[in-house]
Design a protein around this ligand. Structure first.
Ligand SMILES: Cc1ncc(COP(=O)(O)O)c(C=O)c1O
Length: 482
């Protein structure tokens, strides 16, 4: 993609695919967006897709699939046990990860559930560069403690550091000294990261953490759900890997780990998930739980069609022309927003563009969820849905006190191959309008607040009548535009 030069036109991201099946989308008039938002309790998870114009909620299960994946699904061997489709996926995992034992599961969090059940004893600590919401949930359910060891620069929303997802090696050493290696259930590396702006982890950091784990006999685990973007960033940004193929980078990374799990929804653009083990005992423990929670070993709680499509999707993870599409679009949109002075997380990462709500809406205190308020405001003025990645995505502690996120972000995911450049330009236009009218946006408060993962089903209300004022200004500026 990057090798192609433009002579007379401004260079833009050039897709190396064409659309063969499309889905129609609608932009509702603003008054209908107001009603839809009220009905959804100011929570975009409760909107219907018919009410959303650009669905930037996630890339989970929403990346556009490849014709070869759909073709493979037609060849699926529909059997409860011993399906040939499983053998294809099993062989692909062995080939790419270089790891012998594999179990499929219905999605990434199912892998986390099984791993936490088997590896954590109450009171043990799980060390990680950064948590993902469901990981934290499963560690807590298994009565484990979480230690986040992200390097300090990772919290800096305005940075030029190429690998903000790296783990702090000193903090890891200290933790092992304090707790003792036998009290550490495992070290989990999320590469790339989700909640801190899709920031990648360097190969060098992956390797160094692996060395420390080996020295102390601690299990080392990769959450590879967002690995495809991370592979691209390692090739682009890490000097020692620049001349390597994506396949070789993948091999070198995987060789560092004892356990690798992934969300198939994200990594392979299909459904499902899976765990690969180097150690046979761990594999057998998890495999024996599989029929209780997921299904038989050869289908893992999903259809064998998805198993076929995961195998093809894994192979596509090695095609640089495919995996660069997300990061390059994200970079383009981030740069366009920066040109308009809109506060975004830098450097651009994977997964999506991240608006920095702390700087976008400095007048809204964290107790009124600035990123969630920004989210609602953006939906009202554009029909775009994203995901709050900030204080609302954290649950209260055991005493009912708010746990404020270190960064309040609004993530606008760009699922691979789904949006065109005109969509990006529309989004930039509306976000810029919102930034210029940011003083009209005020906070939110809970009306109904679930105890766990409250961002999924919680219902909120605006703290005053700011939404009416914002919509009045929208009508004044945009006239009869949708
Ligand atoms: C880094 C990371 N790990 C795990 C998961 C969970 O995967 P799933 O949504 O398939 O359950 C996700 C999903 O977004 C993720 O981003």
């Amino acid at each position: 993609m990057k090798e192609i030069k433009f002579l007379y036109q401004k260079a833009v991201p050039l897709e190396m695919h064409k659309a063969r099946i499309i889905q129609k989308i609608n932009l509702l008039p603003v008054d209908e967006r107001v009603k839809a938002n009220q009905k959804a309790g100011n929570n975009a998870h409760l909107l219907k897709t018919s009410q959303v114009f650009l669905d930037m909620l996630t890339d989970s299960g929403t990346n556009a699939m490849i014709d070869r994946q759909l073709g493979a699904m037609m060849e699926a061997d529909d059997a409860y046990a011993g399906s040939a489709s499983f053998d294809k996926l099993d062989a692909k995992v062995r080939e790419l990860f270089g790891i012998d034992y594999f179990v499929p599961a219905h999605q990434g969090r199912a892998c986390e559930h099984l791993l936490c059940r088997v590896l954590i004893k109450p009171g043990m600590t799980v060390a990680m560069n950064h948590h993902f919401t469901t990981t934290k949930g499963h560690v807590k359910l298994a009565k484990g403690e979480l230690a986040e060891l992200l390097k300090e620069e990772g919290w800096n929303a305005r940075s030029s550091c190429p690998f903000k997802g790296d783990m702090d090696l000193e903090k890891l050493g200290q933790l092992i000294m304090e707790k003792g290696p036998e009290q550490i259930a495992f070290v989990r590396m999320e590469a790339g990261t989700n909640l801190i702006g899709g920031q990648p982890v360097s190969y060098e950091n992956i390797r160094q953490v692996g060395k420390i784990c080996r020295k102390h006999g601690i299990k080392y685990m990769l959450d590879a759900s967002l690995l495809s973007d991370n592979l691209y960033f390692i090739k682009e940004r890490e000097e020692s890997c620049r001349r390597m193929s994506i396949r070789d980078i993948m091999k070198k990374i995987c060789a560092c780990f004892d356990i690798i799990y992934f969300s198939g929804r994200k990594l392979t653009s299909s459904r499902g998930g899976g765990i690969a083990f180097r150690n046979e005992d761990d594999y057998i423990k998890v495999r024996n739980l599989l029929p209780v929670y997921e299904g038989f070993l050869t289908y893992g709680g999903i259809s064998v069609r998805e198993i076929e499509s995961m195998a093809v999707g894994l192979e596509e993870t090695l095609d640089e022309n495919f995996i660069c599409q997300g990061p390059i679009f994200i970079e383009e949109m981030t740069n366009l927003l920066l040109q308009n002075q809109v506060p975004v997380v830098t450097p651009p990462g994977g997964l999506g563009v991240h608006l920095d709500a702390t700087r976008f809406l400095p007048n809204i205190p964290q107790s009124q969820y600035p990123a969630a308020a920004l989210h609602v405001a953006l939906y009202l003025c554009s029909g775009i849905r994203g995901t709050e990645r900030g204080s609302l995505s954290e649950d209260r502690d055991e005493n009912g006190k708010e746990v404020y996120a270190k960064m309040d972000l609004l993530r606008l995911a760009l699922p691979r191959r789904v949006f065109s450049l005109s969509h990006i330009h529309f989004a930039v236009d509306r976000i810029t309008w919102l930034y210029k009218n940011r003083e009209l946006v005020h906070g939110l408060r809970f009306e109904e607040e679930p105890e766990t993962l409250r961002f999924f089903f919680g219902r909120l209300l605006p703290v005053d009548d700011w939404q009416k004022k914002l919509v009045d200004k929208f009508k004044e500026d945009f006239g009869d535009s949708l």
